[in-house]
Write a protein that binds this ligand. Structure first.
Ligand code: C2E
Ligand code: MG
Ligand code: MG
Ligand code: MG
Length: 279
C-alpha cells in the first residue's frame, strides 16, 4: 500500500523502520482512536534548554504516546507514521495548543521563557497553516515572541521557496525559527543562508563525538563562530557529560540542551523545575 501512494509517502513509510504491516495497521487504528478521543494517550513532555550559565531559558516540547495497553511508542516510530498518514496535522495542532498554553502560564512569572515546538513538513504544506497557528496563538493568549518553531533541513528539500516565505511570515508575526539537527542534511550552509533562521541547533552527533572525532570538535566551534558572525544564536543538543558542557561553554554556545542538564519531563515535573529556578 505504501509503495502505491507515491514517492514522498513511501519515504515516510520507510522511515518508520517498521516492516510488520499488521502492527502498523494496529498502530494506525489506535492513533485514529486516540485522536478522536480528545488525543487521549498523547501528552507533551518538556526538555529545559539552558543558557551558558545553566539558567533555564526555554524548553522543547516533545510529544509522547502511550497505547491503551500502556505501551510507550517512541517518537522515532510514531512520528513518521503520523506524517505518512497525515495525522501529524491534528496531532501537531494538539502539541501547539498544549505547549502554547503552558508557555503563557510560565510567562506570568518568567516573561522571557520560550517554548520550542517541532513542526512537520506536513503542517508547513497546509495552505492555511499560518492562519491556523495564529488562531491558536490568540486562543491561548501566548505572546508569539515566546514561541520558537523547529524546522529541519529535510523540510527545506521539499520546497525551499515555500519554506522561506512561510518562515518569513511567521517571523513577521513574532515567532522565531530554529534549524533543528543542523549539520546532518545535504546543504546545511546554503539552507542557513537562504532561510530566516534565528537559532541553529547543532545535531547531537557532533557533541557526542568530540572526544573521538577531531572533525566533530572543529565543526562545533566553526559553526558557532559562523552563526554568530551572521548575528544568530546557537543551541547545542545532546549534551550528556560535564566535559561536553564545558566544551560548549568554551565555544560560546548560547544555549545547551541535553540529558546532562535535564531530560524531557512531564508537565508536573517541568513546573517544579521552573519554580525552583525562579529565585
Ligand atoms: P528532535 O527534535 O531532534 O528532539 C530531540 C530529541 O533528542 C528528543 O528525542 C530528546 O529526548 C532527545 N535528547 C535530548 N537530549 C538528549 C541527550 O542528551 N542525549 C540523547 N541521546 N538524546 C537526547 P525524542 O523525544 O525521542 O524525539 C525524537 C524526535 O521526534 C524529535 O527529534 C523530533 O524530530 C520528533 N518529535 C518529537 N516530538 C515531536 C512533535 O511534537 N512534532 C513533530 N513533528 N516531531 C516531534
Ligand atoms: Mg527538535
Ligand atoms: Mg534535534
Ligand atoms: Mg531530530
Amino acid at each position: 500500500q505504501a509503495k502505491r501512494s507515491g514517492k514522498n509517502n513511501y519515504a515516510f513509510y520507510n522511515a518508520t523502520q517498521d516492516n510488520d504491516s499488521v502492527e502498523r495497521a494496529e498502530l494506525e487504528k489506535e492513533m485514529r482512536e486516540s485522536i478522536d478521543n480528545n488525543f487521549s494517550g498523547f501528552s507533551v513532555f518538556y526538555q529545559p534548554q539552558t543558557d551558558n550559565a545553566g539558567m533555564v531559558i526555554g524548553a522543547e516540547a516533545l510529544l509522547r504516546w502511550t497505547l491503551s495497553d500502556g505501551t510507550q511508542v517512541p517518537p522515532i516510530q510514531f512520528i513518521p507514521l503520523a506524517e505518512y498518514l497525515g495525522l501529524i496535522v491534528p496531532v501537531g495542532e494538539f502539541v501547539l495548543r498544549e505547549s502554547a498554553q503552558v508557555c503563557r502560564r510560565v510567562n506570568e512569572t518568567h516573561p522571557e521563557f520560550w517554548t520550542s515546538i517541532n513542526v512537520s513538513i506536513r503542517q508547513f504544506q497546509q495552505q492555511d497553516f499560518l492562519q491556523r497557528v495564529m488562531m491558536i496563538m490568540e486562543e491561548t493568549g501566548v505572546n508569539t515572541a515566546n514561541i520558537v518553531f523547529e524546522i529541519t533541513e529535510g523540510m527545506a528539500m521539499y520546497d525551499i521557496t515555500r519554506m522561506k516565505s512561510l518562515s518569513e511570515e511567521f517571523r513577521e508575526h513574532g515567532i522565531r525559527i530554529s534549524m533543528d539537527d543542523f549539520g546532518t542534511g545535504y546543504s546545511s550552509l546554503s539552507n542557513m543562508r537562504e532561510l530566516p533562521i534565528d537559532i541553529v541547533k547543532i545535531d547531537r552527533t557532533f557533541i557526542r563525538d568530540i572526544t573521538t572525532d577531531a572533525y566533530s570538535k572543529s565543526f562545533i566551534r566553526l559553526i558557532i563562530d559562523l552563526v554568530h558572525s551572521m548575528g544568530r544564536k546557537v543551541c547545542v543538543e545532546g549534551v550528556e557529560t560535564a566535559e561536553q558542557l564545558k566544551y560548549c561553554q568554551e565555544c560560546n554556545a548560547d544555549y545547551v540542551q541535553g540529558f546532562h542538564l535535564h531530560v524531557p519531563v512531564s508537565l508536573d515535573e517541568f513546573e517544579k523545575i521552573i519554580n525552583l529556578k525562579q529565585d
